[in-house]
Design a protein around this ligand. Structure first.
Ligand SMILES: Cc1ncc(COP(=O)(O)O)c(C=O)c1O
Length: 383
């Protein structure tokens, strides 16, 4: 029987019963660039840390196990992971991508991948007829669910059927839910992307990225690409992410509980015109989430009644920090228009629904009461 996810966050079954590493409970940081060979033509399995490093490998095995993948690759950031992923494609290839995505992914596709001859169709994967966008040159569908920041929810299983029918890869950025709440590979995806900087690391102190797959040929190609392009995660950062993952489950549960409380509280505020949280039954993706995920996460987006009020809220928060990023233990408030999505052309931002009045909250693990006390103060002081 498979072990539960909280156990898999802590223990790698294949290393149990062995006392290598002197029985150290915390996996050691192998802070080495290179490794001695036992003899000519012989290897310990580790030759050079751009290719292999024991701390990084331990982390990759844990992440692969959490996502039910056969292989995971740890990269220096989420964007390094997505950039590497793009190397799977060649000039002339076409990708169908969600129109609402993390702004950095949109920037990469529009400004770098297109220059390399890859073409894109932007779709709303939660509602469009995806099949009508498939062309001869189409190689993959790339989505986030829920999306950043609009929290649109796509049906991964349905998209995977379309992908299989047309021999396309289905790539899912699973950053917002983490493997604790959602496993796209088990729903038919071919590759999972993570910004490990977010929930996996969980402490707003380290950057990391992951690619996870259960397809052997993709693993082989990615291994070659990492060796060649060199964006692997450093040993110390690997250790920090390993340490973060140990508490993934309790952090996710607690942050989710806080998020639901805050979403319901925001709905009572006269200055708030809309709250988008997939854990609210009125969210259009609620039923799909219940079917394909084990939780709703702790990201929510809300609208206030004016740009001035949005600015005031950003400037008045104190314990809650006005900052980019998400998925850490501390609650962060983000203004997508000038932060995460600043480089997305205004017309696309507006089409996706990101306006001057849109705020994104990454709810942390503080006491919900204290978060609500702070927000109550902030909203009471609005002019
Ligand atoms: C959904 C999503 N994917 C990828 C990234 C990029 O990750 P990183 O900042 O670690 O490069 C982010 C960053 O915010 C994100 O929100």
């Amino acid at each position: 029987m498979e072990r539960g996810i909280n156990t898999r966050c802590l223990h790698l079954e294949e290393t149990e019963g062995k006392t290598e590493n002197y029985g150290a409970i915390s996996y050691p940081i192998y802070q080495t660039a290179t490794y001695a060979h036992p003899g000519v033509g012989q290897s310990t399995g580790f030759d050079y840390s751009r290719l292999q490093n024991p701390t990084k490998e331990h982390l990759e095995k844990i992440v692969a196990s959490l996502e039910h993948g056969s292989d995971a690759f740890a990269l220096s950031t989420g964007m390094a992971a997505i950039t590497l992923l793009m190397e799977l494609f060649k000039p002339g290839d076409h990708l169908i991508v969600d129109s609402d995505l993390y702004g950095g992914s949109i920037r990469l596709f529009r400004n770098v991948s297109q220059k390399n001859g890859i073409t894109f169709s932007a779709v709303d994967s939660y509602q469009d007829d995806i099949e009508s966008f498939v062309k001869e040159e189409t190689k993959a569908i790339y989505i986030e669910t829920p999306t950043n920041p609009m929290m649109n929810v796509a049906d991964i299983g349905k998209l995977s059927e379309i992908a299989k029918r047309h021999n396309l890869l289905l790539i899912v950025d699973n950053t917002f839910l983490s493997p604790y709440f959602q496993n796209p590979l088990t729903l038919g995806a071919d590759i999972v992307v993570h910004s490990g900087t977010k929930f996996l690391g969980g402490h707003n102190d380290t950057l990391a990225g992951f690619l996870v797959t259960n397809r052997e040929e993709i693993s082989e190609r990615l291994r070659f690409l990492i060796k060649t392009t060199g964006a692997g995660l450093a040993p110390f950062d690997s250790w920090l992410i390993l340490r973060g993952i140990k508490t993934l489950g309790i952090r996710m549960e607690r942050a989710q509980k806080n998020a639901l409380e805050i979403a319901n509280w925001l709905k009572t505020q006269p200055a708030v015109t809309k709250v988008i949280y997939p854990g609210l039954p009125e969210h259009p993706g609620y039923e799909i989430m219940k079917k394909q995920a084990r939780g709703f996460g702790s990201m929510l987006t809300f609208y206030v009644d004016s740009k001035e009020h949005a600015f005031e809220i950003l400037e008045k928060v104190r314990m809650i920090k006005f900052a980019e990023s998400l998925g850490g233990v501390e609650t962060l408030l983000t203004y997508p228009t000038t932060q995460t999505h600043a480089d997305v052309p205004q017309e696309i931002r507006e089409k996706n629904g990101i306006t001057d009045c849109t705020l994104r909250l990454s709810v942390g693990i503080e006491d919900a009461q204290d978060l609500i006390v702070e927000l109550t103060q902030v909203f009471a002081e609005l002019s």
